[in-house]
Design a protein around this ligand. Structure first.
Ligand code: PNS
Length: 168
């Protein structure tokens, strides 16, 4: 019997967007098991705690039975070893992502030559979308409900109520 093929889809997911959901769906169609892994990085100021981000991701990806949600700290390649995976999934939006992603992939290869980074290209409608943009647009009162899963939108409004939400 062949071994199940497992992939890890790492990121900050602060919070998960519809673009991330799309990449997770594509990955879920390719591999037996996909672990969406949220980096626990105390140095990086995040809008949501890791537990909140995990809860939002779990809710957004509930329709994908072969996708699990986890968190990790330290080196990504060590987490892959722990998960017995040799595949890192990253989403690519625009050419501007490429330099950073190339650097990350080469660094991970240097650390662990047996691990491969595979890129999944996003859909055109998500090419401009990022967690950072969602938070910024939301903060200035712009509409983000079509950019994030419903649970994320709900938590954004609970955590950062806008004046219109506070109005009696
Ligand atoms: O969503 P992001 O913030 O672009 O994800 C970046 C992430 C989490 C994939 C990357 O920062 C990472 O893997 N960090 C863990 C530390 C590590 O392994 N560093 C070595 C490669 S530079």
């Amino acid at each position: 019997m062949r071994q199940p093929i497992q992939a890890v889809y790492p990121g900050s997911f602060d919070p998960i967007t519809n673009g991330h959901v799309y990449i997770a769906e594509r990955a879920a169609g390719l591999f037996d098991r996909v672990v969406v892994s949220i980096l626990l990085n105390p140095q990086k100021k995040a809008a949501f705690t890791v537990e909140e981000r995990k809860a939002m991701a779990r809710e957004a990806l509930i329709h994908l039975p072969n996708v699990e949600i986890a968190s990790f700290s330290g080196l990504l390649v060590d987490f892959l070893r722990q998960e017995k995976s040799r595949i890192i999934i990253r989403g690519l939006r625009a050419l501007s992502d490429f330099e950073y992603e190339f650097q990350l992939a080469l660094m991970n290869r240097q650390l662990a030559p047996d691990i491969e980074t595979l890129f999944i290209v996003t859909e055109a409608r998500y090419s401009y979308l990022s967690s950072h943009a969602v938070k910024e647009i939301y903060q200035f009162g712009g509409a983000v409900h079509e950019m994030v899963p419903p649970g994320v939108y709900r938590r954004l409004r609970e955590r950062f109520p806008l004046p219109r939400d506070l109005a009696p």
